[in-house]
Design a protein around this ligand. Structure first.
Ligand code: URA
Length: 232
């Protein structure tokens, strides 16, 4: 594995942070200064400033994200973060992003490869959102959302859309553009009042109170891997 991925697995830094550490010459592999293109193999000894670094066990966490919490590891404005909520022995980070006021299913992991693939539109992971909106959308608005809608960064891919109530809709999408659901609903004249992600790659927050999290079971982790393989 590449040295930056190895460092991320040990929890000392994100991959990007690891690149910085490597560039400053503080990381050695078998006693030799590591470079950005260094690969680490089984049995190699990696140290940072002379401190031995050992990879953490892979961890997968599902959080029921509450409102008012930001989806980052640290916030310059001092707001609570999802990483602060999940006090896990491994350095897990969120896969993708939910807006601060959005609630629901959020996956956190230290498995950089899986996280990267899950967040990539190519792998088409399904995300299901429930939105309470202003007004009462007519069938025509729902059909426009389902067909794909022109946003300032391009037309959205077809979506599954269901009416859950007079002012509540369910949207199932595979893309993950910034504020996508809010922008889609705004574009059909029904701004979002409340947004909840009820499902992410088949995972739901059933049984988890807002703010609570749980570790995924091995079967659930396998399903995530399968979801990626299926959509290749
Ligand atoms: N779409 C949004 O607009 N916000 C989110 O948090 C997630 C999807």
């Amino acid at each position: 594995m590449r040295l930056n991925a190895y460092l991320a697995r040990t929890g000392v830094a994100s991959r990007r942070g690891a690149d910085e550490l490597i560039k400053t010459g503080r990381v050695r592999v078998n006693g030799v200064r590591g470079e950005l293109n260094t690969f680490v193999k089984e049995g190699d000894v990696v140290d940072l400033d002379g401190r031995l670094l050992v990879p953490q066990k892979l961890a997968y966490v599902l959080l029921h994200k509450p409102a008012g919490v930001v989806t980052t590891a640290s916030d310059p404005h001092g707001r609570p973060t999802v990483v602060g909520l999940v006090e896990h022995e491994s350095r897990v980070v969120p896969v993708g992003r939910l807006d601060a006021d959005t609630t629901g299913a959020l996956l956190l992991t230290n498995d950089g490869d899986l996280a990267h693939r899950l967040a990539h539109p190519r792998y088409e992971v399904e995300k299901v959102y429930e939105a309470d909106v202003e007004g009462e959308p007519w069938d025509e608005a729902l059909a426009r959302l389902a067909d794909g809608i022109e946003l300032d960064d391009g037309v959205t891919a077809p979506a599954h859309v269901r009416r859950l109530g007079s002012s509540r809709v369910e949207l199932s999408i595979h893309e993950g553009r910034k504020h996508q659901v809010k922008r889609m609903l705004e574009a059909v004249g029904h701004p979002v009042r409340r947004l909840h992600r009820s499902r992410y790659a088949g995972l739901t927050v059933e049984g988890l109170e807002p703010g609570a999290w749980r570790e995924l079971g091995p079967g659930e982790v396998d399903s995530l891997r399968q979801a990626i393989l299926r959509s290749r």
